[in-house]
Design a protein around this ligand. Structure first.
Ligand code: FAD
Ligand code: NAP
Length: 456
């Protein structure tokens, strides 16, 4: 497609994860005058669908291919990989050359615990571990020492369970997945036999979802132990404890604990509730973790809180992975709420000093914070696109000060390894062909330069 054939309203979308892809599809479907230019700091589109979703959930990655086809089919879309806004181009430059900009940059930073020993070797954020096993170029060179028998995972969300499965699934199974080759080799040598997953509140308050809990039943050689803390009657503390999904989740947990009770399986997963980390222990590297038992209480707003008791315990372990949520990163020059990690917005319109910034929008985890599954971003994108199209109809979008030809020239200078959609197709075919030879969905490339060379 030549630049001269582009539709008149040119919208930039920064980020090609689910939120960016849904926003592009929605825009192109609802407004024929719109043309979308999508930029991503990585050469590969998909965001966390490629670099977050765990290798044993490969079917969930199909979403991106479906949407990519839909968007490409419009003939009004271009992808530019290896272009980072804030590094290669500024937000002002982007704004100057497009009618509107939608930020769909996700929330790629990690949350910290703020406890002693957190930076000891052997203590990592789950974000790093997930990026590593998924061949994210930023994490390809990380090293995780898996020579210990026991590891501890902190947090009770789905990411904690993803990480637990990856440590327990075993080489036989993993070698049929698209896990990164470097992780496959390291996991094959892993000595980890026991995992303890810590939840600061009770089973009723855990964030795991039902399908993820049910998957634990299928971990053939893993004994699952449920340690729910004490004999506290949670229903008395949490009035919602009996409700639908929560009750189902508790039933599954009870079944899990019984099903695998002491039947001699070689690996063990303990879900330990009402327990918080206090310190990560060790001289040169992680040797253990000190935890405290909690009791639940309800605060004035009705929220169920974990309250530490005086009951402490040390758990020996050689690896600690904290999986306590992701966090947004600021885009230079754009407003950012450092407390919540989101770009302040009203229904997707970016807000600064109480006013909507003309032509700037946000979607996905950067808009709402790091929660929700892939599909949640679709509704979120519909809201943001509705706001943008309303502004278009009411003449609130100023035409770009400069055209895309000038921007293209600027990008070629600033990001010489820029990769378009055709180049991504080459990488995609290369990875799939290598996968076919090994009976795997794909063999992933994790080096940007390698991807770039393959496309030349
Ligand atoms: P992201 O997917 O993070 O996409 C953001 C994109 O922006 C990235 O491609 C990034 O490279 C790009 N970007 C960032 N900054 C810049 C910049 N400055 N310039 C250019 N580009 C930039 N949901 C499910 O339904 N099923 C699952 O199995 C599942 N597994 C998950 C596993 C993990 C480990 C995690 C963390 C989440 C998982 N989710 C899953 C949730 C789902 O991935 C998210 O809801 C979704 O990815 C959020 O979409 P997003 O587009 O806002 O962010
Ligand atoms: P999450 O669901 O928000 O879970 C974070 C967990 O960390 C919570 O259990 C939280 O406990 C705990 N936590 C936070 N701070 C803590 C602290 N200081 N000490 C101890 N524990 C602490 O986040 P996530 O697991 O990163 O998942 C992010 C989103 O992606 C979720 O919406 C998830 O459903 C989605 N996702 C989906 C899938 C899937 O569909 N298979 C897979 C992965 C991720 P409290 O509740 O007590 O705060």
């Amino acid at each position: 497609m030549s630049l001269g054939e582009l539709a008149p309203v040119c919208v930039a979308i920064v980020g090609s994860g689910p939120a960016g892809l849904y926003a592009a599809a929605e825009l192109l479907k609802r407004e024929a005058r719109v043309h979308v230019e999508m930029y991503d700091r990585l050469p590969t589109p998909g965001g966390l669908v490629r670099s977050g979703v765990s290798p044993d959930h490969a079917d969930r990655r199909k979403m991106t291919a479906v949407y990519e086809r839909l968007i490409l089919g419009s003939g009004r879309f271009r992808f530019h990989g290896n272009v980072e806004v804030g590094t290669h181009v500024s937000q002002e430059e982007l704004r100057r050359h497009h009618s509107a900009v939608i930020y769909a940059c996700g929330a790629s930073a990690d949350r910290r615990l703020g406890i002693p020993g957190e930076d000891l070797p052997g203590s990592h954020a789950a974000t790093e571990f997930v990026g590593w096993y998924n061949a994210h170029p930023d994490f390809a060179d990380r090293h995780f020492d898996l020579s210990c028998e026991r590891a501890v995972i902190i947090g009770n969300g789905n990411v904690a369970l993803d990480v637990a499965r990856m440590l327990l699934l075993g080489h036989e199974y993993l070698r049929s997945t698209d896990v990164a080759d470097h992780a496959l080799s390291a996991l094959a040598e892993s000595a980890v036999r026991e995992l303890v997953v810590l939840g600061r509140r009770g089973p009723t308050q855990a964030s795991f979802t039902v399908p993820e809990l049910l998957e634990l039943k299928q971990l053939g050689d893993v004994q699952v132990v449920i340690d729910s803390g004490d004999d506290l009657h949670q229903e008395d503390v949490d009035p919602q404890a009996g409700g639908g999904m929560r009750a189902l989740r508790q039933r599954i947990l009870a079944e899990l604990g019984q099903a695998h009770d002491g039947d001699g399986r070689p690996k063990r997963l303990t879900l330990k509730f009402l327990t918080s980390p206090v310190a990560i222990l060790g001289q040169e590297r992680v040797e253990g973790i000190r935890v405290v038992r909690n009791r639940l209480s309800v605060d004035v707003a009705g929220a169920v809180r974990a309250e530490a008791t005086s009951n402490c315990e040390d758990i020996a372990c050689g690896l600690v992975l904290r999986s306590v949520g992701y966090f947004g990163r600021p885009i230079p020059g754009m407003p950012f709420d450092a407390a919540s990690g989101v770009m302040p917005n009203r229904a997707g319109r970016v807000v600064a000093d109480g006013h909507c910034l003309n032509g700037s929008y946000v979607v996905g985890w950067l808009k709402r914070g790091p929660s929700g599954v892939i599909g949640t971003n679709k509704v979120c994108a519909q809201e943001t696109v509705t706001a943008l199209l309303e502004d278009l109809v009411f003449g609130r979008l100023a035409p770009p000060a400069s055209d895309l030809n000038a921007f293209d020239a600027l990008l070629s200078k600033r990001s010489p390894q820029r990769m378009d959609y055709r180049a991504w197709n080459v990488v995609d075919r290369h990875e799939r062909a290598a996968g076919l030879r090994q009976g795997r969905p794909r063999v992933r490339l994790s080096r940007v330069t390698e991807m770039f060379h393959i496309t030349r």
